[in-house]
Structure formats: structure tokens, C-alpha cells
Design a protein around this ligand. Sequence first.
Ligand code: G4P
Length: 285
Amino acid sequence: MHFQWYPGHMTKARRMMQENIKLIDLIIELVDARIPLSSRNPDIDEMGRNKARLILLNKADLAAEKRNDEWVAYFREKGYSAVKVNSKKGGGIKSIQSVIQEACREKMERDRKKGILNRPVRAMVAGIPNVGKSTFINALAGKACAKTGNKPGVTKGKQWIRLNKSVELLDTPGILWPKFEDQQAALKLAFIGSIKDEILQTEELAAELVKYLDREYAGVIGEKYGVESSEDPYERLRAIAESRHCLVRGNELDTEKAAALLLDDFRNGRLGRITLESPEEFAEK
Ligand code: G4P
């Protein structure tokens, strides 16, 4: 799923978020474990003031394990609850309910002091397009969950999924707009395929990825495609085209196809588990 973001989309998404945020106690914010900061929305902290916060490093299966742990520690240090998950395979999902309770402990305590007992915590999942919101909701809620709200006579209400007696989840996730003003972030978002490849041509984008991988994950490309190293990323794409027999008009190298192949392999984890940013980089800035 690809999204093209225009100011109109952004305004609508922002309005929806602001409306829904009023109804909830906890924001479950999904980020992509391969780019935990670049996949965050710049305005979420402002919008989520006074709410309990939980950050999930989703697609943790595609990111380097050591980095996953560093990022979890980073977010916890900043005061968020944070865990890594793989929504697709269900990894880390089982413990989420207790993580949610923990993230809302203060809020429940305040309720208890006010004499409010047994009011379930209401939570909303939010994140940029393609980060895995629907996959996560399905993994967490499964099919057995009872839906509440929108009963006859309670029309126009929101749909809430009852996870257990103390937690309800809004069934429509909040869509956040990605960080496209920041060029470095936009490039990484394009690498993982969450904003349209249009920003850069496929070959240009793949060449940038080659440069990154050769610098930070040396040996990965050589190993995967059996190609010699080279300083020139476009030369690398030609070598990949050759080794993978990407040809046009009989025998001309199809570097565009090689570029698409590389991006696809990266996005689907076929180059191994790769994280594109580390907490240290951001600490330095
Ligand atoms: P969204 O609601 O936030 O827009 O995202 P959605 O759940 O549609 O997920 C986007 C893509 O990310 C889906 O892949 C989904 O399977 C994949 N995904 C979600 N969570 C994880 C995860 O933890 N690990 C991995 N590896 N992938 C995840 P797709 O290409 O649209 O479909 P498919 O490949 O599943 O067929």
C-alpha cells in the first residue's frame, strides 16, 4: 500500500487524530523498528500530551536485534513504555496486554483514588501508513474478540474492541503523516517503501541504499549477489544486473530492474536484518 501525501490528506488525518485522541487514555504508537525515529510523526508528542504512551517497535523481525534492544532502552529512558514486536508472526504480542496495563498504571491509580472503579482503559493504535497498524490490531484482537459500541440505539458510536475486562481498543487506527520535510528521514522512508518511490527514481534510490549498506553493512551485497565491491554505486547496480541476468533487448543490462530487485530484497528482509538508524546518531545531533 502506497500513499501519496497532499496537504488535504494531512489535514484530514490530523483532524481525525485530534477527535479520536479525546476519547482515549493510551496511545499505542507503532514505529518501524528499522527506522524508529524517522517513522515517528513529529506532532504526536504534542497531540498526545496527558495520555499514557506506549511505543511498539514493529517489524522487529526485519531489524537488527542489537539495535532493537538499544531503541527499546532509548524510548524507555525518554519515559515511554516500549517493546519490540513482530505483528505478522505474533512475536511479542502475548505480552502486550500486560504492557498496556503497566503503561496505564498511573491513570488507573488516579481513577481509583477518585473512586472510579472498573472503568476500562481505552486505547488507540496510531502510526504512519504501512507501519503495520491493521496487522497489529488483528494479531492482538484476533477474531474471538467481542465488539462493543454501534449497537442499535447507540448509533454513530465508535467501534471498540474489548481485549479484556480492563482494556478496550478503538478498532480504527489513527493514521499519522510521515516526516517528509526531513530529507534524511524521507530517504529512509523511501528505502523501506513507506513513501512513494517517486521522490527519487528507483535507480537513484537503490544507489543510495547501496551506499548506505556498503558503509554500514559491508559485505551484505557482495554475499547476496556474488558481486565484487566497487566505489561507484551505479557500477554495483550493473554488477547485480549482470549476476541476476537482468537484461533488456537481449543483452543490455537492465539496471532499473536490478535496482527494483535490490529494494525488494531489502524491504522483505532477504538481505538480513538491517536497521537504518541508531540512537547514537541522534544523540550526537
Ligand atoms: P497499516 O495498517 O499501518 O497501513 O499497515 P498493514 O497492517 O497493512 O501492514 C503493512 C505491511 O507490513 C503488510 O505487508 C504487513 O504484512 C506487513 N507487516 C506488518 N507487521 C509486520 C511485522 O511485524 N513484520 C513484518 N515482516 N511485516 C509486517 P504487505 O506487503 O501489505 O502484505 P503481505 O506481505 O503481508 O502480504
